[in-house]
Design a protein around this ligand. Structure first.
Ligand SMILES: [Zn+2]
Length: 129
């Protein structure tokens, strides 16, 4: 249940609903192996090699809302830094294998994120003819 909770966050659901409404079909938390890493993008368009991440402001240390808990600040700051560097390694691994990686913060308006994702899908489709 814990895993589901972290996965089906509200902003992510909102983005998924909008993409679905636009007629786009995707996989959710589908594992992708890239550069020997097992990565689970939040939303995956496998055929077009587009991976979308909706990063939680807290765990991924968003510059606007990423506040450190007061107790054990050193522990948390190290943990969040680890999360961020894992995000970066995941992105690089995917990009190295030809994936387009799109990352959004959970505080970004879902409509804007969905519109940007749709635009990217159209661009990739146009490119592939
Ligand atoms: Zn934020």
């Amino acid at each position: 249940m814990k895993a589901n909770r972290s996965r089906d966050t509200h902003p992510e659901l909102a983005v998924r609903r909008l993409l679905h409404r636009e007629g786009h079909r995707y996989r959710v938390s589908h594992p992708v192996i890239a550069a020997g890493r097992r990565i689970r993008p939040d939303i995956t368009f496998s055929a077009m090699r587009i991976a979308v991440f909706i990063d939680g402001c807290y765990w991924h240390g968003c510059p606007v809302h990423g506040t450190l808990p007061r107790s054990n600040a050193a522990y948390w700051s190290e943990k969040f830094a680890r999360n961020r560097s894992r995000d970066e390694r995941d992105s690089s691994a995917l990009e190295a294998e030809g994936w387009t990686v799109l990352r959004y913060w959970e505080h970004e308006p879902p409509g804007a994120a969905a519109a940007a994702i749709c635009a990217r899908i159209e661009a990739v489709r146009a490119q592939n003819g």
